[in-house]
Design a protein around this ligand. Sequence first.
Ligand SMILES: Nc1ncnc2c1ncn2[C@@H]1O[C@H](COP(=O)(O)OP(=O)(O)O)[C@@H](O)[C@H]1O
Ligand SMILES: O=P(O)(O)O[C@H]1O[C@H](CO)[C@@H](O[C@H]2O[C@H](CO)[C@@H](O)[C@H](O)[C@H]2O)[C@H](O)[C@H]1O
Length: 448
Amino acid sequence: MNPVTEPHDLLVDKVMTELPAWLPAQRWFGGKDRPVTAVRPLRTCVLSAGEPVLVHLVVEVQQPDRREPYQLLVTDLVENYDATTEPELTGRLLDLIAADTEVDGLVFAHEPDVELQSGLRGRPITSEQSNTSLVFGSQYILKLFRKLTHGENPDLVLHRALHLVGCEHIARPLGSITGTLDGQPTTVGMLQQFLPDAVDGWAMATTSVRDLMAEGDLHADEVGGDFAGEAQRLGQAVATVHGDLERALGTEHADDEDIERTVRAMVTRLDTVAEAVPELLPYVPALRGAFEQARDTPGAIAIQHIHGDLHLGQVLRTVQGWLLIDFEGEPGAPIAERTSLRSPLRDVAGMLRSFDYAAHQLLVGRPEDHQLAVRALEWSRRNRAAFTEGYAEAAASSVGDPRGRGHLLRAFELDKAVYEVAYEYANRPEWLTVPLSSIARITGEGAR
Ligand SMILES: Nc1ncnc2c1ncn2[C@@H]1O[C@H](COP(=O)(O)OP(=O)(O)O)[C@@H](O)[C@H]1O
Ligand SMILES: O=P(O)(O)O[C@H]1O[C@H](CO)[C@@H](O[C@H]2O[C@H](CO)[C@@H](O)[C@H](O)[C@H]2O)[C@H](O)[C@H]1O
């Protein structure tokens, strides 16, 4: 007699056949620039066996040059099988975390001293991101990491460490979901305090840029939506978080070997990206020169745990001030790099890049508009200066004033721009001009 095929087995079989076509259409899928050659299931956890079925699935996505694990939550309730869009179903995840329990090898836990309200529905946030986040009531936000990295996710590790030293610029970590990847316990979800009134820095900054662009004869400091005061406070917040990370997890000084490794990594990334994106090729010699100059930075270079992918979309303005979110590092970088000790100037560089992005994204599709280009540069310079000023005011002694670190800061900024070239090429090709035009400006004009 044939064994009875359970509804969840049928569902998983159907999902597996559709994934090669479905995955590349998802914003969070990191391999959109190359074909999916196969998808195979790695681990299945049945959270509900029927009416409707809810299955947590870890799959390995195979592409010509890589094999990467991704997390999915699937159901037979909706046609595309994606359960994360179904608030009634995702509420179950919060209930399991609140109950501190284990289902089929998936461990749901709340943080010590945290008592959670259960019975809430989990609605997905609408902004398009690298992961999928669900909001429960006005209290909690659960991030389901899409591409999985073995072990504890740095987002959870750094949030916990910062919470323990009383950091005021993060959302409190409240719980986690841990699965298993190749036998290693691996974070698949993180629950945090949700700030319902928060506005992200990108929305605020681009509103300010639009205000300036709309006022033909006013300068950035004269228009109502001037952002410089916020940029300065943001600089202070970032420096404070760096100080808190240093207190929580320590700091070291980079030796010659560390610096050499950093320069080599920047050059290697440049070569890899230039091979894939021909538009970058004309800038390779100047970029290589800028990376090699980083060796000449005078004085000791402090290294520590940092945010790793800091930009205006990773900071939230709340009534209490600025919060930093998403300490996962660059989604495209290897985990060893994302968890290594690095100069906090990398975060400063990331944020400086972001001011440049906010100013110049309005020029996408209208590169000939000289007047707008001048105004964009004015906005960017004003806010970059305000941010750096704020950072210098609050920086702990080991980090100090970024303005005294010209070569290094410039190299980090250009390295980030190279990363962005790869990111835009894979995700938003029409935005490729944003990092490319910055590279042209920075390498053409020298350090600003
Ligand atoms: N604690 C929070 N309170 C309010 N909104 C949040 C919070 N954490 C994240 N968000 C919102 O969710 C979005 C995605 O969060 P993020 O951690 O950056 O996810 P991803 O890793 O997918 O980029 C943010 O841009 C922000 O708008
Ligand atoms: O998904 P994440 O937020 O972890 O980060 C990735 O996506 C970002 C875009 O959403 C990308 O950031 C780049 O674009 C931003 C504007 O959309 C800009 O503010 C950043 O400065 C720029 O780097 C980020 O690089 C990528 O890792």
